[in-house]
Design a protein around this ligand. Structure first.
Ligand SMILES: Cc1ncc(COP(=O)(O)O)c(C=O)c1O
Length: 419
């Protein structure tokens, strides 16, 4: 673990918060697992992003990383916009009263587009292709809507393949190799349009991310800045999971300032759409350990969170690591000798492991598992496999006081879903 980890919630703090949650009687006996989300960490990140970039930049938060209604409402009220990857997310963003919404869905139906044109206000629509942009521009102009085009920079990026959306052949955006057509359309349309890029997620190579953004800045210059209404540089900034060297967001800003000066001189509006970075470190999960199987050189645990909660961790073994800890029944961290451990979930299939071959203290079925840095892209990807109920979510407010942010899902909801 690196030394600059003071922005991470420590395992000790997570254990103390758990103890407080129990003391305040926020859990019931059927809460075999629960999620904790600390608003103080979210605030820290919202401020860090605002302070790292010029004050005229506008920041949206990607809903898909954490769609909890109360959290996105909090974000909307704090002045950030929301990035929606589906019509349903626009609906959530409208309920959250976000000051503006960016709609980036790669598959927008005709019906959804009509609804947005008729009902939505303060919305930016990033078309996924030149074809889609032309169709949007052919509609009656709506003063509440700004239109732009997502560009695929067609680069080979070092982030993992499932997180890379900016390579040749990608389904995302208009390929930059069609630059001539793009420039031609932007110049001839007589409209002011935006340019958008989101090349990858959780990419620790900032130089690559900056060079992807640079490609759309060059395109903007070729079109002429008088025709460009905004540049949206997307999200993708990596979260710190406590294993690799921390990447500072101020460094990203400094690199962008060097390579993409047009983003800093107020010649165009600039938008960002970070998701994971805001949320990941604000969350952790706690689960009772249901069973421990002891083998000569390893233990295998079964807990109440698996591939339903941690889809990526389970289906891409070894690629999404979290800091893990074991607490005893008094919510004290156990830090004695470690043993090779496989951490199994509650689902009835062979791939249901959220970690394998990790080092943890010997555990018993009276203990608890803590899984850290889970505020983004964990419960947001919730799966109904085996029809388990979505656990309770406990919020930690600005004063450090725990409260029930979301109730555990009712059994009736499961029946309703499948009916
Ligand atoms: C278009 C778009 N914008 C923003 C984001 C947020 O990315 P991240 O959570 O990596 O910051 C995503 C994530 O996939 C995305 O597809």
């Amino acid at each position: 673990m690196n030394s600059a980890d003071d922005h991470l919630i420590s395992l000790e703090t997570a254990a103390n918060l758990t103890s407080e949650i129990v003391d305040q009687s926020l859990l019931e006996s059927h809460d075999t697992s629960f999620v904790v989300y600390d608003y103080r960490k979210l605030e820290e990140k919202l401020n860090l992003v605002r302070n790292s970039f010029p004050s005229f930049w506008k920041h949206a938060t990607a809903i898909k990383a954490n769609p909890l209604a109360k959290i996105i409402k909090h974000i909307g009220q704090s002045g950030n916009g929301l990035e929606a990857a589906s019509y349903e997310e626009i609906w959530l963003a409208q309920k959250a009263k976000a000051p503006f919404i960016i709609w980036d869905s790669p598959a927008k139906s005709e019906e959804e587009i009509s609804l947005v044109f008729n009902e939505a206000s303060n919305i930016i629509i990033n078309a996924n292709s030149l074809y889609e942009l032309k169709a949007l521009c052919d509609r009656d102009a709506n003063d509440n809507i700004q239109l732009g085009l997502r560009i695929n920079p067609e680069m080979s990026l070092s982030s993992m393949s499932s997180m890379t959306v900016g390579s040749t052949g990608s389904k995302f955006g208009e390929p930059i190799s069609n630059a001539a057509d793009i420039v031609n359309y932007f110049k001839k349309s007589g409209l002011n349009l935006g340019l958008h890029i989101h090349a990858s997620s959780q990419n620790n190579n900032l130089k690559e991310s900056v060079s992807a953004v640079k490609r759309i800045c060059e395109l903007a210059l070729e079109i002429g800045l008088n025709r460009i209404s905004y540049i949206d540089i997307g999200g993708g900034f990596p979260a710190d999971y406590g294993f690799e060297k921390t990447v500072e967001i101020s460094k990203y800003s400094a690199l962008l300032r060097d390579e993409c000066p047009i983003l800093f001189n107020e010649s165009v509006d600039v938008y960002t759409e970070f998701g994971r970075y805001y949320h990941a470190n604000a969350g952790f999960h706690v689960s009772r350990i249901n069973e421990v199987k002891a083998f000569p050189s390893q233990q295998t645990l079964t807990n109440h969170l698996g591939a339903d909660m941690f889809l990526r961790e389970s289906y891409q073994p070894g690629k999404w690591e979290h800091r893990l800890g074991i607490m005893n029944k008094h919510f004290k961290l156990i830090s004695e000798a470690v043993i090779k451990t496989d951490v199994g979930g509650p689902l009835c299939f062979g791939g249901d492991y959220l970690a394998k071959n990790v080092s943890l203290p010997p555990a018993t079925n009276k203990d608890y598992l803590i899984i850290m840095d889970t505020g983004a892209n964990s419960f947001a990807l919730w799966s109904m496999h085996c029809s388990r109920t979505f656990p309770k979510v406990i919020g930690i407010n600005q004063n450090g006081t725990p409260f029930i942010l979301k109730k555990r899902q009712a059994l009736e909801d499961i029946e309703k879903f499948w009916s």
